[in-house]
Design a binder for this molecule. Structure first.
Ligand code: F6P
Ligand code: MG
Length: 452
């Protein structure tokens, strides 16, 4: 599959891509350096060998940051374990032929995926840091500071679910509630740590607001909304499974579980849910297999984690743990998955866009054909669904999906945090361009796109 239009690139100095390479990525690398430094500093019993191991990683990271600032060529990745490395290097060779193989000339999506894979290679080549997640602490800290919304959602959820029996048919109340749940889960995507560099934390808390009024206001901010088409399809479904291609850990994962919990217990649309995490530390806050059990532990021990008692949060933790035990909720990778070991989920940490999925990961496509619906969470998944290309905003979503269109029913819940956007009415695109020129990247607007 070859893209009909060029991809987003930092060559355009007005793009968010450019701002990313200049500002956001160097600061992400600095944070990774800090995490390694802290890990060594806090480990009072660390051997000299371990301290040196950490220092070597820090050196490599500093070198990477330096290369970036100088717009140097991306070198091939040398790595022990990541299955995707060969793919990256082959793509890099192609970019080199075109002369687009430096930090400021490579397509933004490729370079960003490459960066996280490069970072991972330093850890996987190390002796003591092979399973180290440099973003773990920031994921936990941000989840902790989402306490207000977490408690509020937990209370509402317990009220909603306690004493209900799973319905066998659909009525208006399910339609209204389903819509609210989707929106709640959509805005859960606002809590993305790789953006915190840009958005201030108060903004993010505003975006997390979950009350009725907040939902009504945020409904206006969904500038392409396929929920009616989705409803027409999903309301006919009984039993079976729904998949989530996850995005961020912590608050967003919590909202994913809330929606999933609602679907299996309060609607007839599915009996089980499969969640797909990443295989290496990815785009700062993305879910790794270990993040799901960690979240359950945090809920079960709410007092210790959030610093305040909340019976409903604990009850959710208990119920969800049980749903995992019973296989109603399932992660596609086990919690003790060793980072970087080969798995069918490797595809999520390549630089491939999803129109390439039928060619590059046909087993995923056939698996998803068994699903009633595959929900793609967040901005990066949307960039990959649309090949991160410079489409005209009125291009139909189906056109952007290319060969993926019609393969399986899919829903994208995305708050807009990157240049690419499709599926807008002409009048909406023009109005946004005029009234909110930063609507593609501010994180304050969203799209809900459906294909089947
Ligand atoms: O930096 C690229 C980017 O896709 C941003 O557009 C976005 O802020 C972030 O990475 C990932 O967002 P999300 O967690 O919603 O995929
Ligand atoms: Mg993310």
């Amino acid at each position: 599959y070859t893209l009909p239009v060029p991809q987003t690139s930092p060559k355009d100095k007005n793009s968010f891509a450019y701002a990313s390479v200049v500002r956001r990525w160097p600061s992400i690398i600095t944070n990774v350096i800090d995490a390694v430094y802290q890990s060594n500093a806090l480990d009072k019993d660390a051997s000299a060998e371990k301290l040196d191991d950490g220092k070597a990683i820090i050196q490599s990271l500093s070198k990477l940051r330096h290369e970036m600032g100088r717009d140097q060529a991306l070198p091939p990745i040398t790595d022990n374990d990541a299955a995707s490395v060969n793919t990256y290097n082959a793509q890099l060779a192609e970019l080199e032929k075109a002369g687009d193989n430096t930090w400021f000339t490579a397509p933004w999506l490729y370079a960003e995926c490459y960066m996280y894979t490069r970072i991972r290679s330093y850890f996987s080549n190390s002796k003591f840091f092979q399973q180290f997640d440099p973003f773990k602490k920031s994921k936990d800290d941000t989840f902790k500071s989402s306490k207000v919304s977490v408690f509020q959602l937990a209370k509402a959820q317990e009220q909603l679910i306690s004493g209900t029996t799973k319905p066998t048919h659909v009525d208006d109340s399910i339609e209204i509630m389903f819509l609210e749940m989707l929106q709640m889960c959509l805005w859960g995507n606002a809590t993305d740590l790789s953006l915190l560099v840009d958005l201030d934390y108060a903004d993010v808390q505003k975006l997390q607001a979950v009350g009725k009024k907040a939902l009504e206001e945020s409904f206006q901010k969904i500038i392409r909304n396929d929920i009616p088409q989705l409803w027409k399809y999903i309301s006919t479904k009984r039993g079976g499974r729904i998949d989530f291609v996850l995005d961020n850990a912590g608050y967003e994962l919590f909202t994913d579980f809330i929606l999933a919990d609602y679907i299996v217990n309060c609607t007839p649309f599915a009996d089980s849910i499969v969640f797909h995490p990443k295989t290496i530390p990815w785009f700062v806050s993305d879910v790794l297999p270990a993040d799901a059990p960690a979240l359950l532990e945090q809920l079960l021990d709410a007092k210790a984690f959030f610093g305040e008692e909340c019976a409903e949060v604990v009850a959710l933790g208990q119920r969800w743990s049980k749903m995992f035990e019973q296989g109603v909720f399932k992660m596609s990778l086990p919690a003790d998955y060793k980072l970087g070991s080969p798995s069918p989920s490797d595809f999520w940490c390549t630089a491939y866009s999803y129109p390439q999925m039928p060619e590059q990961a046909p087993e995923l496509v056939s698996d998803f054909k068994q699903s009633n619906l595959v929900i793609f969470k967040g901005d990066l998944n949307y960039r990959k669904l649309t090949s991160d290309a410079l489409w005209d905003p009125t291009t139909p979503f189906q056109t952007a999906l290319g060969p993926l269109a019609g393969q399986f029913p899919l829903l994208s819940l995305r708050t807009n945090k990157a240049d690419v956007i499709v599926g807008l009415e002409k009048e909406v695109a023009e109005r946004m361009e005029k009234d909110h020129p930063d609507y593609r990247i501010s994180g304050k607007f969203a799209v809900v796109s459906f294909d089947m």
